[in-house]
Design a protein around this ligand. Structure first.
Ligand code: ADE
Ligand code: ZN
Length: 338
C-alpha cells in the first residue's frame, strides 16, 4: 500500500452520495436473477462488466434500470445493502447516507414496504455490529412526473420514522428542479431533509433552482457550478456541501481524464466538497478508490485529503455532537500519521 492509500484507509469517513441500486455487483445481479427466475440480457458476469461502457448519464441509466429488475424480495434488498455496508466498513467508513429509488421498484409491482424493510434491516445490523451509522434518503426519479413523485411521498408516509430525507436523481437534462418544487416543499413540511442532483450534466441554472426552489441542504455533484462565479461565491459563503463523485464523472464522460477532475480546484475555491462513489458497481470503485485515484491523478496533498474526510462529516445529517466526535477521531489519526 502506498502512503496515500494508507492515509485514506486510516481516516474515518462518511459517504454521502451512494445509490444502493448502483452498488449491485454483477455477481450478485446474476445470483438474484437465478434466485428469482428473472431474465437479464447477459449470459456471464464478464458480459455484464463489458456492457458498462457509457458515454453519458442516460447511457448508464438505461442499464442501471434493467439491472435493478433482479431485486424482488426483502431478502434481496437486505443482501444488496449488506454487501455495500460490508464493503465500506472494511474501508473505515463510519457513517453513510444512502439513496434508494423506490419508483424503480414500485413501478414493477414491488411493495414499498418490502424495499424499506430489506434496506433498514441491513442498516440496523451494521449499526448494531459495527457502530456504522446511517441515514436513508428516498430519491424521486426526475424523468417521471410530479404526480408520480407525490404518490411516492404518500407511500413513504408510514415509513417516515426510517426515512431521513428526499433526493432527486435520474435524467437531469430537460428535467429541472423547478418541476419538483411543490413535492420538495411537502417533503420539507414533513420534516425531511432535501438534496438534489444538480450540475452533474445540467447547467448552473439547475443548481440555482435546487437552492432557491427546492431549498436543498446539499447539492449532489455540483460540478458545473464552476462555470458560474456568482454561484461559486454563494456556495462558498453558505458552506453548501457538494457530494462529488470523481470516478462517476470519469465513467459518464463529464471529464475526459481523471487528471482533469475539478476536486482540487473546488477546495482551493473554498467549496465544501466531499468524495463519494455514486454507483460503485458500475463505475469501478468504492469510496476509498475515489479518494486514492483522484489524489494520485490531481496531486491532492495529505492536508487536502484530510479536509475532504472532515467535510464528509460536516456535510452529513448527523447531530452536532456526533460530527464533533468523528472530527476528533480524524484529528487523532492525523496526529499518529503526521
Ligand atoms: N441514479 C443513479 N446514479 C445516478 C447519477 N449519477 N445521476 C443521476 N441519477 C442517478
Ligand atoms: Zn448520484
Amino acid at each position: 500500500m502506498t502512503d496515500l492509500a494508507r492515509l485514506v484507509q486510516a481516516l474515518p469517513k462518511a459517504e454521502l452520495h451512494l445509490h444502493l441500486e448502483g452498488s449491485l455487483e454483477p455477481e450478485l445481479m446474476f445470483e438474484l436473477a437465478r434466485r428469482n427466475g428473472i431474465d437479464i440480457p447477459y449470459d456471464s458476469v464478464e458480459a455484464i462488466r463489458a456492457a458498462y461502457d457509457f458515454s453519458n448519464l442516460q447511457d448508464f441509466l438505461d442499464i442501471y434500470y434493467v439491472g435493478m429488475n433482479v431485486l424482488v424480495t426483502e431478502a434481496d434488498f437486505f443482501d444488496l445493502t449488506w454487501a455495500y455496508l460490508t464493503r465500506v466498513h472494511a474501508e473505515n467508513v463510519r457513517h453513510v447516507e444512502v439513496f434508494f429509488d423506490p419508483q424503480g421498484h414500485t413501478d414493477r409491482g414491488i411493495a414499498f414496504d418490502t424495499v424499506v424493510a430489506g434496506i433498514t434491516h441491513a442498516l440496523d445490523r451494521a449499526k448494531a455490529e459495527w457502530g456504522l451509522s446511517s441515514k436513508l434518503i428516498l430519491c424521486f426519479l426526475r424523468h417521471l412526473s410530479e404526480e408520480a413523485a407525490f404518490e411516492t411521498l404518500e407511500m413513504a408516509r408510514p415509513h417516515l420514522d426510517r426515512i431521513d430525507g428526499v433526493g432527486l436523481d435520474s435524467s437531469e437534462l430537460g428535467h429541472p428542479p423547478s418541476k419538483f418544487q411543490r413535492v420538495f416543499e411537502a417533503a420539507g413540511a414533513l420534516g425531511l431533509k432535501r438534496v438534489a442532483h444538480a450540475g452533474e450534466e445540467g447547467p448552473p441554472a439547475y443548481i440555482h433552482e435546487a437552492l432557491d426552489l427546492l431549498k436543498v441542504d446539499r447539492i449532489d455533484h455540483g460540478n458545473r457550478a464552476l462555470e458560474d462565479g456568482t454561484l461559486v461565491a454563494r456556495l462558498g459563503r453558505e458552506q453548501m456541501t457538494l457530494t462529488v463523485c470523481p470516478l462517476s464523472n470519469l465513467r459518464l464522460c463529464g471529464i475526459a481524464r481523471l487528471e482533469d477532475h475539478p476536486l482540487k480546484r473546488m477546495l482551493a475555491l473554498g467549496l465544501r466538497a466531499t468524495v463519494n462513489s455514486d454507483d460503485p458497481a458500475y463505475f469501478g470503485g468504492y469510496v476509498n478508490d475515489n479518494y486514492i485515484r483522484t489524489a494520485e491523478a490531481t496531486g491532492l496533498t495529505a492536508d487536502e485529503i484530510v479536509e475532504l474526510a472532515r467535510n464528509s462529516f460536516r456535510g452529513s445529517f448527523l447531530p452536532a455532537d456526533e460530527i464533533a466526535r468523528h472530527l476528533a477521531e480524524i484529528d487523532a489519526v492525523v496526529e499518529t500519521v503526521g
